[in-house]
Design a protein around this ligand. Structure first.
Ligand SMILES: Cc1ncc(COP(=O)(O)O)c(C=O)c1O
Length: 442
């Protein structure tokens, strides 16, 4: 039996265990979710409930849960839409689709916009790459080492993590160039001075690529990298300037970070820059449906004959209604304006938990309601740090807190925009106890 299944057997209730065991015999295995960490029966607000009735504060949410789970207004819209119209065949439209496009583009900082709805984030990335190619007549896309943009072939090609780009998949797309990101890579993450040095290096590499290559269609990146990593203020304005000088487009992937998570509706607003294309996804579906969007400047809407967005669910009215409602709730409840102050409370409480658990020197990364830190020492092997992060996240689960742990010992906490102070305090207490339990085992 795998160590993961052993943990499931020893720590979870009988009903949860039996669902996980069924899953193991039915669902194709995936690294990182084999076996799944929990089997969830229901969810409400910031909480998940497993099959045995145990409750977990969801600070993972895959960044889909800005409004928590089953937000009453989103749920009411879904139920209303379900009683009237849930699908239209190709070639037809509906008011829900127009409402979604209006809501998504209303505050877009890139100018007059066109919107395409797509079934998920990877498809949004594909579509943006195609738009860049057909509009510029060039085919090279520059993106960043260590980046992640999804699992389709195009998205893997612009992604920058070697482990995701296995040679077993065969050749990926040609013309995908990678430069260092604006933050130190996980192996040698250090203090703020290094972050400026990393951003300098990244910009120098971008300049070099633009000088050396003549046919760059676009630069594609996350303005604030999920992790989170925030660049110096000067970084993106200079990238924008480089793109303008060389006639390339700037594609802003805000699939996990957009719609208010970092304190702005659109992340490019933090840096005062104008994107040519912005990608939204994840939370746009209100933790209810998979839906993503490509927002492009209207001048880029120049390839109708190619049917680039010819998806079966291109104008799905049910998904569109959810997307429109999510944006409306974020606006009506003025959630974005509250993020910075409320996220500061989350950050302070988590910092206190780290300190009390003896991790006071750990650097806590923060961008609005996204927090992240690394466990283990950079001198330890990546495998070792990963194992420690996994242990920490399991100790947190045992205390009713779901965190996200990923490569290289990175732990991220992604709080819904609707999180309450009592929930923040629960998160900090559970995190502190989980850190202490992990330290006792070391
Ligand atoms: C920055 C970024 N872009 C694109 C994607 C792909 O989205 P999806 O998983 O919906 O295909 C992700 C998913 O995690 C992401 O984080």
């Amino acid at each position: 039996m795998s160590a993961g299944m052993q943990w499931v057997r020893e720590h979870l209730g009988p009903l949860t265990r039996s669902v996980i065991e069924r899953d193991a015999g039915l669902i194709a295995r995936q690294a990182g979710t084999d076996p799944p960490g929990l089997a969830i029966e229901s969810a409400q607000g910031c909480w998940l409930v497993d099959a045995d009735g145990r409750r977990y504060l969801d600070l993972h949410g895959n960044n889909c849960h800005h409004l928590g789970h089953r937000h009453p207004v989103v749920l009411a819209a879904a139920l209303d839409q379900a009683t009237r119209l849930t699908f239209t065949p190709r070639g037809l439209t509906s008011a829900a689709v127009c409402d979604a496009a209006e809501a998504i583009s209303r505050h877009w900082p890139g100018g007059p916009a066109r919107v395409m709805l797509v079934p998920g984030g990877s498809e949004a990335v594909e579509l943006a790459m195609m738009l860049a190619r057909v509009n510029t007549g060039r085919h090279q896309i520059v993106s960043f080492h260590d980046s992640y943009h999804g699992r389709s072939f195009g998205a893997l090609s612009v992604g920058g993590r070697p482990a995701d780009r296995s040679p077993r998949l065969g050749p990926l797309l040609p013309g995908c160039l990678h430069v260092p990101p604006f933050y130190p890579l996980p192996a040698d993450r250090r203090g703020p001075a290094d972050q400026d040095a990393a951003a300098d290096l990244s910009l120098a590499a971008l300049r070099h690529v633009f000088d050396a290559e003549r046919d760059i269609a676009a630069v594609l990146g996350e303005p604030i990298r999920n992790g989170p990593f925030v660049p110096p203020d000067w970084y993106w304005p200079q990238v924008r300037e480089l793109c303008d000088r060389h006639g390339a487009l700037l594609i802003s992937d805000e699939i996990p970070t957009g719609l208010g998570k970092t304190g702005r509706l659109f992340n490019t607003e933090h840096f005062g820059i104008r994107p040519d294309i912005t990608l939204l996804g994840k939370s746009l579906g209100g933790a209810l449906v998979p839906v993503a969007a490509v927002i492009c400047h209207e001048r880029l809407d120049a390839a109708a004959d190619l049917n680039l967005g010819y998806y079966t669910h291109e104008r799905n009215p049910f998904c569109a209604r959810i997307a429109a409602t999510v944006v409306e709730v974020i606006e009506q409840e003025a959630l974005v304006g509250q993020v910075q102050a409320r996220a500061a409370a989350l950050r302070a409480t988590v910092e206190q938990a780290l300190e009390r658990a003896g991790h006071g020197t750990t650097t806590l990364r923060a961008a609005g309601f996204m927090l992240g830190f690394d466990v283990g020492d950079p001198s330890e092997s990546e495998r070792h740090r990963e194992a420690r992060a996994l242990r920490l996240s399991r100790h947190a689960l045992e205390r009713g807190l779901l965190l996200n742990h990923s490569r290289g010992g990175a732990i991220t906490l992604s709080a819904p925009l609707v999180i309450q102070q009592a929930e923040i305090e629960h998160a900090a207490a559970a995190l502190q106890q989980a850190l202490e339990a992990t330290a006792r085992e070391a």
